[in-house]
Design a protein around this ligand. Structure first.
Ligand SMILES: [Zn+2]
Length: 403
């Protein structure tokens, strides 16, 4: 009995002794691929030890289906409403400004998220503007809570265009418009002049209109281009692969469109050649992923402000750098959201107001990474949420905003 037992034990011992070797050799059968210093593993493999590549023993999920549960245990501060009343400078309350009933729905939605004033950035001009203003003025809940930006018709720029555009701008400001915008991304990308050539963003024929904006004391809210990755090859290195695969219309070819840098250069020329005009560049100019560049622009162009719509994924992935940037340029940043989805605003409040770690963004196709709170001081929050907007924009009611 004793011997059998001993034999049994040593057999178990042998099996145990060999098991790790077996497992090891299985792993080794998946590796086998050595790479040189600085090189990447072949497709389907990943670096498991320095310069040694291995492939998973199971079929990997696609990037669509890989949604790991985070095991991080950490404090969470959900922020359903902005801490201070906010102004959405990049408002597109589509379908909610056309009737009294819709305006009441808009008021309800704004109340839920803490937005006190909506700046409708839909280029409403002429009779449409007058109708929109009249409708808002007749609604007791919204008359002090919505203001409109007017549009400039950039079609057919040529002789006589500037005079007509300036006259329209003056009429629209008289009718209640508080600024220009949103100048859309088509300006620069595909708007054509009367002679059929591409209208450059810094075309001198447009200068009378920008100068009229300065004279009238109204800001120009302008969106130029798109994220830089939209011009890059759609491959495994592209941060926006999923978005570009979901929305093929967002890809640009430098053969048919000006390059990202070309458009940025024209935009900067526009701002520099019209130093008396206040420009607000939407989406942080698509430089939220390059804050040193945006900081340099802030320093070089004192007539430029920026707005944070739709780039929360870049702000929230660099909480320390973003915090410092917002503190340093606290007089030059406006809150704006772009697409009006009330349930998405709380993500902005959480990033700006908390120091929460590693939480989800609202659109996985924008960003496969997590967000962190940048913990802005109250004085900075007030500026970003409403004080900067009130300072640069005549005609927004100030009642109800804290001093
Ligand atoms: Zn917009």
């Amino acid at each position: 009995m004793r011997r059998t037992f001993a034999l049994g034990c040593s057999l178990v011992g042998l099996v145990l002794l060999f098991a790790p070797f077996q497992a090891q050799s299985q792993v080794n059968s998946n590796t086998g691929t050595r790479i040189e210093e600085g090189k990447e593993c072949p497709p389907g493999m990943t670096e498991v030890r320095p310069r040694s590549c291995s492939k998973p023993t199971m079929e990997p999920p696609s990037i669509l289906d890989y949604r790991p549960r985070s095991t991080l245990v950490t404090v969470e501060h959900k922020v359903p409403k902005s801490k201070f009343p906010s102004i959405d400078y990049h408002g597109h309350p589509q379908g909610l400004t056309g009737s009294d009933e819709q305006l009441n729905q808009l008021a309800d939605a704004m109340d839920r998220i803490g937005v006190k004033v909506m700046i409708a950035a839909n280029n409403v001009s002429g009779e449409n503007l007058k109708r929109s203003v009249a409708l808002a003025n007749a609604n007791p809940r919204m008359k002090d809570r919505i203001r409109f930006l007017t549009g400039i018709d950039f079609r057919n720029v040529g002789p006589g265009w500037a005079e007509r555009a300036v006259a329209q701008l003056e009429a629209d400001v008289a009718a209640g418009a508080v600024g220009v915008g949103e100048v859309g991304k088509g300006f620069g990308l595909n708007t054509r002049r009367a002679d059929g050539t591409r209208l450059q963003i810094d075309d001198p024929q447009l200068d009378p209109v920008w100068q009229a904006a300065a004279r009238l004391g109204i800001p120009v809210f302008i969106h130029t281009a798109d994220p830089q990755e939209f011009w890059q090859p759609i491959d495994n290195k592209n941060e926006r692969w999923l978005e570009l695969a979901l929305f093929p219309g967002r890809r640009y070819s430098t053969e048919t469109s000006p390059s990202f840098e070309h458009l940025m250069t024209e935009r900067d020329n526009l701002i520099k050649r019209n130093p008396k005009t206040t420009f607000i560049i939407a989406h942080m100019g698509w430089h939220a992923n390059d804050l040193p560049r945006l900081a340099k622009m802030m320093d070089e162009m004192p007539n430029m402000l920026t707005e944070v719509g739709a780039v929360l994924y870049d702000i929230g992935r660099q909480p320390r750098a973003a915090h410092d940037f917002f503190v340093k340029y606290q007089d030059r940043i406006l809150f704006g959201k772009d697409s009006f989805q009330p349930e998405e605003y709380p993500y902005y409040w959480r990033v700006f107001e908390t120091r929460d770690d590693y939480f989800d963004y609202y659109r996985p196709y924008h960003a496969f990474w997590k967000l962190y709170g940048i913990d802005l001081p109250d004085a900075v929050l007030k500026k970003v949420y409403y004080q900067n907007a009130l300072r640069i924009t005549k005609g927004i009611p100030t009642a109800g905003f804290p001093k």
